[in-house]
Write a protein that binds this ligand. Structure first.
Ligand code: ATP
Ligand code: MG
Length: 554
């Protein structure tokens, strides 16, 4: 893959200019809302913010943007913390919480009221919305817009005390109802919510809105560059308005970049919620999901994500990134790092008739054909072995270089065998394949006068271990599931195929902590909780080749 990485992205150029103009002590932040699990899009934001902090010798805060008590909880906080740590960041620091600033934010709101830059509106949400106007029509001033300061202060205090019901009043910034930017038409900055907050409990009856909280939290933390996704571009004037009208020393700069959008993937938290709650997948860490927990379980590593995000780059223009780029990054890493072993997913028995009953041929196999430093391991080739059912054909098409009656094939690292006959059960399924081995064909030596083209993988019938292998594929079968009326109709029905009777060589036990290649089948990663059990469960991390471009075959 060509490493076409631009030297500086537009954000680095902005920062370089700021530094030239005297900016010091650079500070960034990653501000997730704890209302779901992090996904690959968040990884891009994390790598960007923590990456800039490293590059510019600054720092980066992990701050939970937790101002909506109805959707947030501690489970999400814990998972986000562990995901950020998994990516290698914020390891030695405690995270910060916008909810720790509630008291300060309340004082800031007071400051705006005192400056006659905020007022309590006692109209319902529907009316406020109607008065907001449209892109072509200016808004209408609320009849409460010119409430005197004292009344506003008193009402706001009562809102805090819990004297009113939800929806009875809101606090609005007093900006400009005829601004061409709808966000500037007296946005709501506080609302009444009588719901228990997972951290502050029932202490607060009012909660600040995102546009009020984000900029002030940034300023409280002395963040210099507040990086967010493009949908907040139109909110920037409001961000700046709040910062300018409140007495603060810090003036953070908001910069927007294009969010990561991947083909065959959903990165909307709401839709991920739907997939989990409607049990279309097995929890937030389902290896088919683009959540960081799912990617981890599937075997995708932080270094793969880092390289992928580098190749995607940071731009100002929304674009759909082809998921095959991520898959290629994974293949590139595992090609170098994954030891090669053998497993058979759908076993069929082979009896090598001319090999004596108790004979065991000891074989030394390379753990990585291209890298000797991976060392070797021992295999035992025995009279009875298992091969992949798809490696035998009763009626082989032309150019079928695997096994069929009368044909020969090489066993990986072993000798050449020739099939003599097969034996079937009442249903016509193959029970046993009978073969003879050809002597003196070990170590790649061809039998006299023959050139053997096919090499197949195998596992000894007397020395092996049971496995369950999940063949993981793309969760959606269309490139842009988001564009479907109902994204659930775009689910790929074969995104998970369970191979319940798989077996593998016992050497696999030595390699459970890393992703391995099952020769000819792909790269696979053990599910951690099955280590030590009598049946390891493997998830396919990635196939050896991209079959999606061509005809799709699991
Ligand atoms: P929502 O706000 O709709 O619940 P969100 O995905 O924006 O969803 P946040 O928890 O607010 O969730 O995101 C935290 C940070 O991650 C934000 O700064 C956001 O801009 C960034 N982020 C979220 N999704 C992506 C994405 N797909 N690509 C890049 N950055 C993203
Ligand atoms: Mg958000």
């Amino acid at each position: 893959m060509s490493e076409n990485i631009p030297t500086k992205n537009f954000i680095q150029k902005i920062i370089d200019d700021d530094i030239k103009n005297g900016q010091q002590n650079l500070k960034f932040r990653f501000p997730p809302e704890p209302n779901g699990y992090l996904h690959i899009g968040h990884a891009k934001s994390i790598l960007l913010n923590y990456g800039l902090a490293e590059e510019y010798d600054g720092s980066c805060n992990l701050r939970f943007d937790d101002t909506n008590p109805s959707t947030e909880n501690q489970e999400f906080v814990d998972s986000i913390k562990s995901d950020v740590a998994w990516l290698g960041f914020n390891l030695d620091k405690d995270p910060l919480f916008a909810s720790d600033y509630f008291e300060k934010l309340y004082e800031f709101a007071h400051e705006l009221i005192n400056k006659e830059l905020a007022y309590v509106d006692s109209q319902d949400q529907e009316t406020i919305k109607l008065q907001r106007g449209t892109l072509t029509k200016p808004g209408i001033n609320s009849p409460f817009r010119n409430r005197d300061k004292e009344t506003n202060i008193q009402l706001f205090q009562q809102m805090r005390n819990g004297d009113f019901n939800e929806g009875e009043h809101v606090l609005r910034a007093k900006i400009d109802m005829s601004s061409p930017n709808l966000n500037m038409r007296d946005p709501t900055i506080y609302r009444i919510r009588k719901i228990t907050h997972y951290r502050t409990g029932d202490k607060w009856n009012i909660f600040p809105m995102y546009d009020f909280t984000q900029c002030l939290s940034d300023a409280i933390e002395n963040v210099t560059h507040s990086i967010c996704t493009l949908e907040f571009e139109d909110h920037r004037p409001l961000y700046n308005w709040v910062i300018e009208n409140i007495d603060l020393n810090c003036k953070p700069k908001q910069i927007e970049f294009a969010r990561l959008d991947l083909s065959f993937t959903i990165t909307s938290k709401r839709k991920l919620h739907t997939l989990v709650t409607e049990k279309k997948v097995n929890g937030w860490d389902d290896p088919r999901l683009p959540t960081l927990k799912g990617l981890k379980k599937r075997g995708i590593t932080p270094t793969i994500l880092e390289r992928f995000c580098k190749l995607v780059g940071v731009t100002k223009k929304d674009a759909l990134i082809d998921v095959s780029l991520l898959e290629t990054c994974a293949r590139d890493e595992f090609d170098k790092k994954a030891p090669r072993l053998m497993a058979v997913l759908d076993p069929v028995k082979v009896i090598i008739e001319n090999l004596p009953e108790n004979e065991e041929i000891s074989i030394e196999a390379q753990n990585h054909p291209k890298d000797k430093t991976f060392g070797t391991r021992k295999l035992k080739l025995t009279k009875e072995i298992f091969i992949e059912s798809t490696d035998f054909e009763e009626n082989p098409p032309k150019k079928f270089f695997r096994l069929s009656v009368g044909k020969s094939v090489r066993l990986r690292y072993g000798f050449v065998i020739t099939c003599t006959r097969i034996d079937k059960d009442q249903n016509g399924n193959i029970n046993t394949i009978y073969c003879n081995y050809i002597p003196k064909t070990l170590n790649g030596v061809n039998p006299e006068g023959q050139k053997i083209k096919g090499i197949i993988h195998w596992v000894s019938a007397s020395e092996n271990m049971k496995l369950k292998v999940n063949l993981i594929d793309r969760l959606f079968s269309v490139a842009e599931p988001n564009r479907e009326n109902d994204f659930l109709t775009a689910l790929n029905p074969t995104s998970l195929v369970e191979m319940a009777n798989a077996i593998g060589e016992t050497n696999l036990l030595e390699f459970v902590s890393q992703t391995v290649q099952f020769e000819r089948l792909g790269y696979f990663t053990v599910e951690n909780q099955t280590i030590g059990s009598d049946c390891l469960v493997y998830n396919r991390t990635i196939t050896l080749r991209d079959s999606w471009g061509k005809m799709k075959k699991n």
